[in-house]
Ligand binder design. Structure first.
Ligand code: PLP
Length: 432
């Protein structure tokens, strides 16, 4: 991994990370606004400005906080939300409702009503009962709702099976089976409260190869043609999801966005020309690729346990509670000692968390300079699905988050207090 140092300390977006750990405490998440904006600018240049009628919607579940949504809004991007809580965060960040798209494989009536009340731009239908449910709510409120169908394009992806989503046997999406999907399309076309715009897919996550995306585009375009032939209905929008890979360790070689978007757009444009079809709007929904590499986490080393001839465990003051990905799907990370950033590696250690689970290992077998209690361990590329998956397991506090911009650093999420951890708890009368 590439990084900058100054006086032996890891620098992040012009800030001394050791000083940040001292000032704000650990565990600490640090997000570089500069790096987030660089990713957004790459998307602007190579996708938004390059093609007509295309949009980027940030998949907010990767890192849904008020400050992050402000950055996304300033970029003119749309937002993908999947729950009432993510929608609420967007509302509180004053995100324009028309630019919010709601996904989710089991949206509750309350969530749908909230989305419709607020006037979100799109609802992505993911189950067979949903059109009728949306129509009933919309009718009551005298509204019409723009919808897409999330389809499962049945492509196999080269990623961990726990994060692949486009196969037929999936809890996500509607299979492209005429007996299942076509009655839904018919229903959507005939229902005045919904405006059927098109199709959505999301084939998986952390992908380095564009094959799955391209196969799915072909399948979606075949479907567009079939819908025209079967219903004389013109699809106006296609959403190709996210899933673009990022660098967690040196083994990961991510591609630029254009490696995915250029050939996908080429397919769409070729199809439109060959079929004399008006170009549909094209949306992508990157989450991880916008924010993962911009974030690091800082932990303080505590207990050190050497098992001679076996392994040396160095423990950090957090772990799976602030980053569950290693435990959840064997995700790999790398890091350095932020306070010994120029020192050569001299020993192999395993960085373990403090939660009471054997799988709470942040990095296995990493080469580091001599590790001492009090050192600051910085983990790279923790910006996506780290903070957003944090939990209070073992009643550990959710960490603080700092946003940096060219040497400035400010808290965007305060560290949870012990009182906040138990604030919703009560002792019933009969126990008193
Ligand atoms: C999670 C998700 C995304 C974002 O995926 P990334 O791999 O983070 O880019 C996009 N669309 C949908 C529907 C998702 O569920």
């Amino acid at each position: 991994m590439e990084f900058e140092t100054q006086n032996g300390h890891l620098m992040w977006d012009g800030c001394d990370t050791v000083a940040l750990a001292e000032k704000f405490g650990t565990p600490l998440y640090v997000f570089s606004q500069t790096m987030i904006e660089e990713k957004c600018q790459e998307l602007q240049r190579d996708f938004v400005e390059k093609y007509e009628n295309v949009r980027v919607a940030f998949a907010s579940k990767a890192f849904s906080t008020l400050a992050m949504l402000k950055i996304v809004q300033q970029q003119g991007f749309s937002l993908d939300v999947v729950s009432d809580g993510e929608l609420y965060t967007a509302i509180k960040a004053d995100f324009p409702a028309a630019h919010i798209e709601m996904n989710g494989n089991n949206k509750s009536i309350e969530e749908l009503a909230m989305a419709i009340d607020y006037g979100v731009g799109r609802i992505i239908v993911d189950s067979l009962q949903e059109v009728d449910l949306i129509a009933a709510i919309a009718k009551e409120k005298n509204k019409t709702v723009d919808i897409l169908f999330r389809i499962t394009p049945e492509v196999n992806v080269q990623t961990h099976s726990f994060i692949s989503t486009g196969q037929k046997d999936s809890k996500f999406g509607i299979p492209i089976d005429e007996a299942i999907l076509f009655p839904q399309i018919q229903n959507a076309i005939e229902t005045p409260e919904v405006n059927f715009l098109g199709f959505h897919f999301h084939v998986g996550s952390q992908l380095f190869d564009n094959h799955a995306h391209l196969s799915a585009v072909t399948i979606a375009l075949d479907l567009v043609k079939l819908v025209k032939a079967s219903f004389d209905y013109t699809i106006k929008e296609l959403n190709f999801g996210g899933g673009f890979g990022v660098q967690y360790t040196d083994a990961d070689q991510p591609k630029p966005f254009s490696y995915f978007t250029d050939p996908m757009m080429e397919k769409v444009l070729e199809f439109c020309e060959a079929e004399q079809f008006p170009q549909p709007a094209v949306v992508i929904e990157p989450g991880r690729s916008i924010v993962a590499e911009a974030g690091i986490s800082l932990h303080t080393i505590g207990a050190i346990k050497e098992l001679p001839g076996l392994r040396k465990y160095v423990s950090i003051d957090g772990g799976m509670t602030d980053n569950i990905r290693p435990g959840l799907y064997e995700a790999e990370y790398t890091g350095i000692l932020a306070n010994k950033a120029d020192d050569a590696a001299v020993e192999k250690v395993t960085v373990s968390g403090k939660a009471c689970e054997s799988t709470d290992i942040l990095v296995k077998d990493i080469e580091l300079p001599t590790v001492e209690t009090g050192d600051i361990f910085a983990t790279f590329s923790t910006g996506a699905y780290g903070f957003s998956m944090a939990s209070n397991y073992n009643k550990l506090a959710i960490p603080a988050v700092v946003l940096t911009k060219a040497g400035q650093a400010e808290i965007i999420v305060k560290r949870q207090t012990l009182d906040q951890i138990i604030q919703n708890e009560e002792i019933p009368e009969f126990l008193k």
